[in-house]
Design a protein around this ligand. Structure first.
Ligand code: NAD
Ligand code: UFG
Length: 337
């Protein structure tokens, strides 16, 4: 199948490109490079042994999207492109709605123009807001506490309306929990620009001696060790979830929301210990006040993905830490993105 990946040179998009290419699909990467590097395209060719088409463009450019979809004979789109930093979204809501919501509208217009109805959307566990119960299943009420989360929620709702309007649409909203780790080659991975917002890249930089200490945001949560609990999922497992979603959509029309998580929560301190164990480095940390907006615990009920997509996460914390560490060291030597 010919598949377009918006945001295809980004963290999750690039790993998904590997899985799709290795499953025999032809992938076109579409990205404006606002948060990724064009060298990823070469790394992907190296990993998969086949060149990959890259189009530099913005998802808000519906004309270029339409031309690209038509020229490449695209049959399905996986929509990763968007801005994703929660804190930044509070300061720059207009940019977030423009990129994420307006960008998705433009993508839908382009898809409609060339009659492509199969779409997999990168949603997030953030659409559940403050958990009312755990684990989070797909029936949990949705809400948003910041513009980033609200953009994901708006898009999901928009996609539901679109799917209701015409039976030819086949749409999966994949609600990711906390993606971490990297491809085994260490050629691609997560390279945050500036100070990492997220736990895993921050830990990796502390272990590498690039930062002095991790700040643990709060140790007074109602969790076993008082630190925040999340459902960390290996990015290669997540990537395989997209392939499974495409397989599912081949036989199911309509709108579907599915969690992609492991079903297992780990605390900040558990992550620190796992990383120390795998890397052999110490990860100094200090306890600081809670980060505004954080929830105590968030982890998935992953049964629907197993039942409907035939997918479940295979890789554990050790694999997540090992691949992150390998990518960190390779990045320092300058051979990754
Ligand atoms: P990323 O920033 O690495 O990748 C996103 C890509 O989209 C980047 O390459 C960026 O250059 C591109 N992009 C941004 N705006 C664009 C635009 N207007 N036009 C074209 N390209 C544009 O992020 P990621 O971690 O790979 O996330 C991918 C998707 O998954 C995002 O939609 C994100 O919100 C969602 N998600 C991520 C996480 C996470 O923790 N990483 C969790 C839940 C959901
Ligand atoms: N944390 C620290 N110190 C840090 C960074 C994080 O203690 O320097 C803690 C947080 O308080 C939280 C846990 O580590 O308890 C995980 O934090 P992340 O920032 O890595 O991830 P979040 O769960 O806050 O958010 C991520 C994505 C969001 C997405 C959400 C659900 O960043 O975009 O997962 O998918 F919405």
């Amino acid at each position: 199948m010919n598949i377009l990946l918006t945001g295809g040179t980004g963290y999750i998009g690039s790993h998904t490109a590997v899985v799709l290419a290795q499953a025999g699909h032809d992938v076109v990467l579409y990205d404006n490079l606002s948060n990724s590097d064009r060298r990823v395209v070469n790394h992907l060719a190296h990993i998969t042994g086949r060149p990959m088409t890259f189009v530099e463009g913005d998802i808000r450019d519906a004309e270029l999207l339409t031309r690209t979809l038509r020229a490449a004979g695209i049959e399905a789109v996986i929509h990763f492109a968007g801005l994703k930093a929660v804190g930044e979204s509070v300061d720059k809501p207009v940019e977030y709605y423009a990129n994420n919501v307006q960008g998705t509208i433009s993508l839908l217009q382009a898809m409609q123009a060339v009659s492509i109805g199969t779409l997999v959307f990168s949603s997030s566990a953030t659409v559940y807001g403050e958990p009312q119960y755990l684990p989070l299943d797909e029936k949990h009420p949705t809400s948003a506490t910041n513009p980033y989360g609200r953009s994901k929620l708006h898009i999901e709702e928009m996609l539901l309306d679109v799917a209701k309007s015409d039976q030819r649409w086949r749409i999966a909203c994949l609600r990711y929990f906390n993606p971490v780790g990297a491809h085994d080659s260490a050629l691609i991975g997560e390279s945050p620009r500036g100070i990492p917002n997220n736990l895993m890249p921050y830990i990796a930089q502390v272990a590498a001696g690039q930062r002095q200490a991790l700040q643990v945001f709060g140790d007074d949560y109602p969790t076993p060790d008082g630190t925040g609990v999340r459902d960390y999922i290996h990015v290669m497992d997540l990537a395989r979830g997209h392939l499974a979603a495409l397989g599912f959509l081949a036989h199911h029309a309509g709108w579907h929301a599915v969690n992609l998580g492991t079903g297992h929560g780990s605390s900040v301190l558990e992550m620190v210990r796992a990383f120390e164990h795998v890397s052999g480095q110490s990860v100094p940390y200090k306890i600081t006040p809670r980060r505004p907006g954080d929830v105590a615990a968030c982890y998935a009920k992953a049964d629907k993905a197993a039942r409907e997509l035939g997918w479940s996460a295979q890789l554990g914390l050790e694999d997540m830490c090992r691949s992150t560490w390998k990518f960190q060291r390779q990045s320092e030597s300058g051979s990754s993105r």
